[in-house]
Design a protein around this ligand. Sequence first.
Ligand SMILES: O=C(CO)[C@H](O)[C@H](O)COP(=O)(O)O
Length: 227
Amino acid sequence: MPIGYHAGRAIELTPSILSANFANLGADVQAADKVGCSWIQVDVMDGHFVPNLTFGPPVIKAIRPYFKGTLDVHLMVSNPDALLEEYAKAGANHITVHQEASVHLHRTIQRIHELGCTAGVALNPATPVSSLEDIIEDLDLVLIMSVNPGFGGQSFIERSLAKIAAVRTLLDQRKHEAVIQVDGGVKPSNIATIVQAGATNLIAGSAFYSATITPHQAWDGFVAALA
Ligand SMILES: O=C(CO)[C@H](O)[C@H](O)COP(=O)(O)O
């Protein structure tokens, strides 16, 4: 269920399980389902493309029964092509790869579609939106990284707002509809500005899975911030 609407588009809140309690992962995934999230993101890190290690396909398979909506796998890995089939088979509905990690990006996007998933491309903070000019019409989603990938709990990089607006302009120019997802430092205090720039799907890690508030309270806080 959307947390709001902007310019006629539904706005989705996507919890990142990077900030969940790994000792209680099934329940934390189910909590996102119960509060009404339509998407959940699994941040896959390989210790090579980014300096951290997280979830393999068996984890995706294990949590799949606990979430009805879109299971969004964000591959922060070198050579993503080698892993696409395994993550699709494990239960991913959507797969995002990094522009910086993909040598044959067009082929990679085709392969994700062949596997029955929707496809996205992520841009690191220093990667320009212009790098998507020759692929954007093939994409279901563009992910603007608003932190350097690898860790939750970092601060939103303000320059990301201009990049979100540039993606919206490019999509409008090409008359193509795609999700604009933003990942890193998203909070109730900045969500309205991010949505006004053109984003439609907001990743929330530490602001959703927190020691001080429940997922339900987190959801309510984001809804109120957009109202
Ligand atoms: O992909 C990520 C880091 O690479 C995280 O999902 C992202 O940083 C979200 O965490 P937070 O909301 O705590 O900033």
